[in-house]
Write a protein of this length. Sequence first.
Length: 263
Amino acid sequence: MVSMRASAVDPGRWFRRYGAHTGTRRRLICFHHAGGGPSLFREWQQHVAPYTEVWAVAIPGRETRVAERPLYRLDTLAMLLADAMPLDLPFAFFGHSLGGVVAFELARQLHERRLPLPQRLFVSACSAPQLCRREKSRASLSDAELLQTLESFAATPKEILGHPEYLQMVLSVVRADFNLIDSYVVPEGSELRLPITAYAGAADKHVTPTRILAWERWAQPGFACRSFEGDHFYLHHQRMALIDDLLARWSGVGVPGMAGGHA
């Protein structure tokens, strides 16, 4: 196999590791939603087996990298993540909303470089990548329009509204994140196929079942989709149930999948 992997890239810059065990045998690498950060997954380590580590992507513009400019192109972000990917252990990807498409494009670039792929791709509240591109990116919205969009996702913490400087920082990150997904087009000729499980909030008004089921286009036989009670951010309230289902499917036992439908 030919490796196009860059050298001497510090994974610690691009990934936060939650929990470290000497007996670790695999990693669950998680990707957050637009405007989010790696701390979304801080508590996940409590719910996985000791031999599974939880890593979360840490991209510029937020949390420990708040002083850095956010990125506007998904192919560039995935390229940088591919350079820094820890590949010494088997791994799976979990991506929520924007994170699902970031995880997909990273897997696609790993495949292109002939590097190890995730054993399974778990996507959550996320349209299939071939449906991402918008004629007009949400990055071009006014501040008021962008806030209205965030409020429709119930994703605007009330405390930031009274702090204009902090609000502008948040909006700049959200703009960049929206552009990542709104400008994304899967490169022609992509042949990536993965074991994929898609999750959804049953009351999610932003991502319809049709858009989630379209992930089957990139799946190996056995594609499964499951919905949980809740909206676009159902995973906050369904964390343990979601992780239990994910781990069972990753292990290949305990939870049957329903191809092309809801389990």
